[in-house]
Design a protein around this ligand. Structure first.
Ligand SMILES: *Cc1c(COP(=O)(O)O)cnc(C)c1O
Length: 467
């Protein structure tokens, strides 16, 4: 399997190269040169398999021809999902006659990013082992992504990971999920600054070529193809459980970077019959506005009770754009350049109409989100976190009648105790495994927000581990 860049200016790569590179050299995103497709009989053959086995079979075509054999992938998936809190890994909970919550929060950090990152961390190790190389993964986080990346990389032998967070500006659960991990290859840096400062520092470290080479910097951010590949199998598992391929389903996904929606779309591109994709957002509703009026224009990011969706530039949308523009890399490059220059994007009218047949947009502001959490609890007894509640409302409002709707439940409600308290007057408890999170010792290093200072901290850490 080979991958090409959405902007057409980078050489094609195999899976291993795409995994380690993340972003293509031309600034584009990697997509499969040819999409793998499963026949109805092949989908049916996956029914009833343990999740790890299903995941390996769905992801296998994307890794063909590299260092990861099918047997490796099977072992990696078994190992990655062994520690999940639920035997089904991604249980499907029925909320009413045609509405289902697909629970993606039974992994180590209680959010859906674990599903892909637990596999991606092990893939990194495997590919680096085969090449006898090491990398230092560097990233910035405002909350969920950092802890999921740290959990994915702890105990890996070929990877060191340094995560920057803005000191005092993440929630306590989110901070503790990062800082209580005790592993020699994990470094938490509390930066005296805000999230934008942290992101700018990471960018600057990657832009400093000698530093980048010296530490062999790498990233596992949401544009890495391995992240998308790891998110396709759970949509397959849920759809199969509801009778696919012999009937259609709809999916509703609370989104920020569009990664999870893109994974659902990829499942359909591989032949899974999905009738509708409902794209759900909070007050940062750029995608809903685009689907309503063919005008994707950025406004400032506002803070909400669903912080993992507080994003105005949905980086993974570029992959869908490339596909709906008929895989025309030049047109994709032009559209993205215009968007960067003007903060606005429109697509040709017939393209937008075609998108509207498959995608519906939906958004809720904070007040409506809290009311929705209360409504879901009253009507069904289900306790949904703020992100999940937006997805469930979207499924109810926008999924086609008569088609079972799968709403992605992206986080455990215990991650957002204050919002839950405001909505339903209680703070959901953490799973037993994390019951002592508030009493575990925290380990992190403080740094000012000067590039040289942060680089010195990262360099000391990486050299100590490579010595
Ligand atoms: C990251 C995240 C999202 C957004 O996912 P994207 O793939 O970026 O669209 C939604 N909900 C939760 C809880 C998340 O952590």
């Amino acid at each position: 399997m080979r991958y090409v860049s959405t902007r057409g200016g980078a050489p094609a790569r195999d899976f291993d190269g795409v995994l380690l590179a993340g972003l293509a050299e031309d600034g584009g995103l990697f997509v499969p040169e040819v999409w793998p497709e499963f026949s109805a009989a092949e989908w049916r053959a996956l029914r009833g398999l343990p999740y790890a086995e299903l995941a390996a079979r769905v992801m296998a075509p994307f890794m063909c021809g590299g260092a990861v054999t099918f047997a490796d992938l099977q072992r990696i998936c078994r190992d990655a999902y062994r520690g999940f809190d639920h035997a089904a890994v991604v249980p499907l909970v029925q909320l009413d006659a045609g509405l289902f919550a697909l629970e993606l929060f039974h992994g180590p950090t209680l959010a859906f990013k674990d599903l892909a990152l637990q596999v991606a961390g092990r893939l990194f190790d495997h590919v680096l082992e085969a090449r006898d190389e090491r990398v230092t993964i560097v990233g910035a986080t405002s909350g969920d992504t950092g802890s999921a990346a740290i959990e994915a990389c702890r105990d890996r032998s070929r990877v060191d990971i340094a995560i920057l967070h803005p000191e005092g500006k993440t929630s306590e659960v989110q901070r503790r999920q990062m800082t209580t991990v005790r592993a020699p290859n994990v470094l938490n840096i509390a930066v005296d600054g805000n999230f934008d400062d942290c992101q700018a520092l990471v960018k600057a470290m990657f832009a400093d070529a000698p530093f980048r080479e010296e530490l062999r910097l790498s990233a596992v951010n949401s544009i890495n193809w391995a992240r998308i590949a790891g998110q396709i199998p759970y949509f397959v598992a849920a759809a199969l459980a509801l009778g696919t391929p012999d009937r259609e389903v709809a999916v509703a996904v609370p989104t920020g970077n569009f990664g999870n929606v893109l994974a659902a779309w990829a499942a359909r591109r591989m032949g899974l019959p999905v009738a509708k994709f409902v794209v759900a957002s909070n007050a940062n509703d750029i995608l809903a506005r685009f689907l309503a009026a063919n005008d994707m224009s950025t406004t400032g990011v506002v803070e909400t009770v669903s912080p993992s969706m507080d994003i105005q530039v949905s980086s993974n949308f570029e992959r869908l754009l490339f596909e709906v523009l008929g895989r025309d890399a030049q047109a994709t490059e032009r559209t993205m350049a215009d968007f960067r220059a003007t903060g606005r994007m429109a697509v040709p009218d017939q393209v937008w109409r075609a998108l509207k047949r498959d995608f519906a947009g939906f958004s809720l502001d904070d007040e409506a989100t809290l009311a929705e959490i209360a409504r879901i609890q009253r009507d069904t007894g289900y306790i949904a976190d703020p992100h999940t509640a937006i997805g469930i409302a979207a499924a109810r409002e926008c999924a086609p009648v008569g088609v079972p709707a799968i709403a992605a439940a992206t986080a455990h409600p215990a991650k957002f105790p204050e919002a839950m308290h405001r909505a339903i007057g209680m703070r959901p408890g953490l799973p037993e495994r994390l019951g002592d999170l508030y009493h575990r010792p925290e380990v992190f290093q403080r740094s000012g927000s000067h590039l040289a200072e942060v680089q010195a901290v990262v360099r000391n850490f990486a050299h100590r581990n490579n010595a």
